[in-house]
Design a protein around this ligand. Structure first.
Ligand SMILES: Nc1ncnc2c1ncn2[C@@H]1O[C@H](COP(=O)(O)OP(=O)(O)OP(=O)(O)O)[C@@H](O)[C@H]1O
Length: 242
């Protein structure tokens, strides 16, 4: 039988830590499908701190995407509380403080690689020329300079995901949520993407990444294991931590 983990002290309802990037307590998310209630996430409590590197590991349908969407404010829990103590109210999270990298095909098709990367800065009110100058710096940093003028459908899967990483990080977000970003890449390209992401991520930014790939998960510091909508175990690189 699957049991929900007991709450560590920092996640108990009375605890509130201003430095936490996101804190979820007793999160449940239910969907109605064909008149039937599907519980995608059951009574799950999590906290993410600056500098955390977390892999969210679990089978298909275990609730990884549902949890990521809640943590990034893309969706709301059916019950439970969700706060971003160090980031402010949900409506101020994106773009800027929180960024997503999805599995594939998340770039804007009519925009070039450079324009895609500049877009979050423009949405934040930056002048287009300045935003594109910063985007060019990210293209250079990720060894994508030659692809500046390419449209998304002219890029390989690995190149498109590197552009998506640059677009996510261009605002220096404090919380990066990645939903199987290597899911459609071969293993060499996947490891290259992980190398890039871990190298260019700000040290005080947190990364939470959903993956099916234990090799990818081992590159991060903590592994949150999910099963049937529950967080069943948290492990560190060298063993069970709770
Ligand atoms: N918008 C939705 N409407 C209805 N059901 C949903 C919705 N989103 C998720 N679910 C259901 O919730 C459960 C968990 O889905 P979720 O996508 O979070 O799992 P996952 O672990 O990310 O899976 P995968 O690895 O395949 O992406 C599944 O049964 C799924 O069908």
């Amino acid at each position: 039988m699957i049991q929900t983990l007991p709450l560590p002290p920092e996640l108990r309802p009375e605890a509130s830590t201003p430095s936490l990037l996101v804190q979820g307590q007793g999160l449940t998310r239910q969907f109605e499908v064909d008149g039937r209630c599907v519980t995608a996430l059951h009574d799950t409590s999590v906290a993410v701190r600056p500098g955390d590197r977390v892999a969210l590991l679990g089978a298909s349908g275990s609730g990884k995407s549902t949890l990521l969407h809640l943590l990034g404010g893309l969706d709301q829990p059916s019950s439970g509380t969700l706060t971003w103590p160090a980031l402010g109210p949900a409506q101020h999270l994106r773009p800027g403080n929180v960024a997503f990298v999805f599995q594939a095909q998340s770039l804007m098709p009519p925009l070039t690689a450079l324009e895609n990367i500049a877009l979050p800065l423009i949405l934040l009110g930056q002048d287009t020329a300045d935003a594109e100058r910063e985007a060019q710096v990210w293209l250079d940093r990720l060894e994508l300079s030659a692809l500046a003028d390419q449209l998304p459908d002219e890029l390989s899967g690995g190149q498109a995901q590197r552009v998506a990483v640059a677009r996510a990080l261009v605002t220096h977000p404090k919380l990066v949520l990645a939903d199987e970003p290597t899911g459609q890449l071969d293993s060499v390209t996947a490891q290259h993407l992980m190398d890039t992401l871990l190298c260019v991520l700000d040290a005080d930014a947190a990364l939470v990444m959903a993956t099916h790939d234990t090799g990818v998960a081992q590159r991060l510091n903590d592994i949150w294991h999910m099963r049937d909508g529950r967080l069943t175990m948290i492990t560190a690189a060298r063993g069970v931590t709770r």
